[in-house]
Design a protein around this ligand. Structure first.
Ligand SMILES: C[S@@+](CC[C@H](N)C(=O)[O-])C[C@H]1O[C@@H](n2cnc3c(N)ncnc32)[C@H](O)[C@@H]1O
Length: 290
C-alpha cells in the first residue's frame, strides 16, 4: 500500500485539524459549519495554526520545521508553511492523481509511446508527478516561478528529475495561444484554475470570466484522439455539476464519458469527510456517450 502521511483529524467551527507527517495543523475551512468532534484540548495541541481573523497569519509557525517531506498516494512532497496558509499540497486531489496515473499507464501501453499530458495552474506538481510516474511526457505550467521550482524539487524527490517534462512559468492563456500557433498538441489536459490569480506580468485571472476561454483554448490544443480532461476547482459555487456542464456544453463535439464529484479530505474511519472542492473529468472510453 502506498505511503500516506496525511490524515484529516477533525473539522468543525469553520476549521479543519490535519496531520501532515509529524506536524498537526489547524486551518480555516469555511464549509465546516458543524460542531467539532474532538475536545478543544486536541485542537489547542496543534503544532501551529493559521487564521484569517484580523489578517492572514500563522500562530506558532516557528514550531514547524522550515520544510519537511511527506508521502501521499505514493508520491513524495516537500511541505512548508506559506504566507497564504498553503503548505505545498492539496490532499483532496489524491484520488484524482490515482485516476490520472491509471489512465496514463493504460494509454502508454495502448499507444506504445508516452501520452502527452498538459498540466495547467499546476502548483506543486501532484498531477505532473502522477502522470510522469505512469509513463507520460508532461508540460507543467504555472504563473509562479517559485511554484515551478517547488514542483521540480518534488520531481527530484520522486526520482523523476530526468523524466520528460517541460517546466514553464507563464500565464496559462498566453502559453496556450503560443502552443496553438506552434501546432503543439496534447493527449490529456489537467487544470485546476484558481478563483483569482495573476500571471507573471500581472495578467488577472478570474475564474467566472475566464473559464470558458480557458476551456476553448484547451480544446484547441487537444490532439485528434484526446484521451482525458480533468478539471478541478475550489471556487464556491463551482459544484461538480457546474464543472461537468462546462465540459459537456463547452465541447459538444467530444465523444466520451463525463463524471463529476466532490473532492474530499478524509481521515480514519469515523472521521467525517470534509468537502473541499469539485472535480469533473472527461475520458474517451468503452462507455462512450454521444
Ligand atoms: C493550485 S491552483 C488553484 C488552487 C485552488 N483551486 C484555489 O482556488 O485556490 C493555483 C495555481 O495557479 C497559478 N496561477 C494563478 N493564476 C495563473 C495564471 N494566470 N496563469 C498560470 N498560473 C496561474 C498559481 O500560481 C497557483 O500555483
Amino acid at each position: 500500500m502506498p505511503g500516506n502521511d496525511y490524515e484529516l483529524l477533525d473539522s468543525g467551527g469553520g476549521r479543519k485539524l490535519e496531520r501532515f507527517g509529524p506536524c498537526v495543523l489547524a486551518r480555516p475551512a469555511a464549509q465546516a459549519v458543524w460542531r467539532p468532534s474532538l475536545p478543544p484540548s486536541r485542537w489547542q495541541g496543534a503544532h501551529a495554526s493559521f487564521d484569517r481573523d484580523g489578517g492572514q497569519r500563522w500562530h506558532r509557525r516557528d514550531a514547524l520545521p522550515e520544510s519537511w517531506v511527506i508521502e501521499m498516494g505514493g508520491l513524495r512532497f516537500r511541505l512548508a508553511a506559506t504566507d497564504f496558509g498553503h503548505l505545498g499540497v492539496f490532499p483532496e486531489q489524491r484520488e484524482q492523481w490515482g485516476w490520472l496515473g491509471e489512465r496514463v499507464a493504460e494509454a502508454a501501453r495502448r499507444l506504445g509511446r508516452p501520452p502527452a499530458v498538459l498540466n495547467l495552474f499546476a502548483y506543486s506538481g501532484g498531477a505532473t508527478l502522477a502522470a510522469l510516474r505512469a509513463g507520460a511526457s508532461a508540460c507543467h505550467v504555472d504563473a509562479s516561478k517559485g511554484m515551478v521550482e517547488w514542483a521540480r524539487e518534488n520531481a527530484a524527490l520522486n526520482g523523476l528529475e530526468t523524466a520528460p517534462v517541460r517546466w514553464i512559468a507563464e500565464d496559462v492563456h498566453k502559453f496556450l495561444r503560443r502552443e496553438l500557433r506552434r501546432g503543439r498538441r496534447y493527449d490529456a489536459v489537467v487544470l485546476d484554475p484558481p478563483t483569482f490569480g495573476r500571471g507573471p506580468s500581472g495578467e488577472v485571472y478570474k475564474i467566472e470570466q475566464e473559464i470558458v476561454t480557458t476551456l476553448d483554448l484547451c480544446r484547441a490544443v487537444m490532439s485528434d484522439t484526446p484521451m482525458l480532461v480533468l478539471l478541478t476547482s475550489h471556487t464556491p459555487g463551482f459544484s461538480p455539476q457546474v464543472l461537468a456542464n462546462l465540459l459537456a456544453f463547452g465541447w459538444p463535439d467530444m465523444r466520451g464519458r463525463i463524471e463529476c464529484g466532490e473532492m474530499l479530505l478524509t481521515g480514519r474511519p469515523g472521521v467525517a469527510a470534509l468537502p473541499s472542492g469539485s472535480w469533473a473529468r472527461w475520458a474517451r472510453g468503452a462507455k462512450e456517450v454521444v
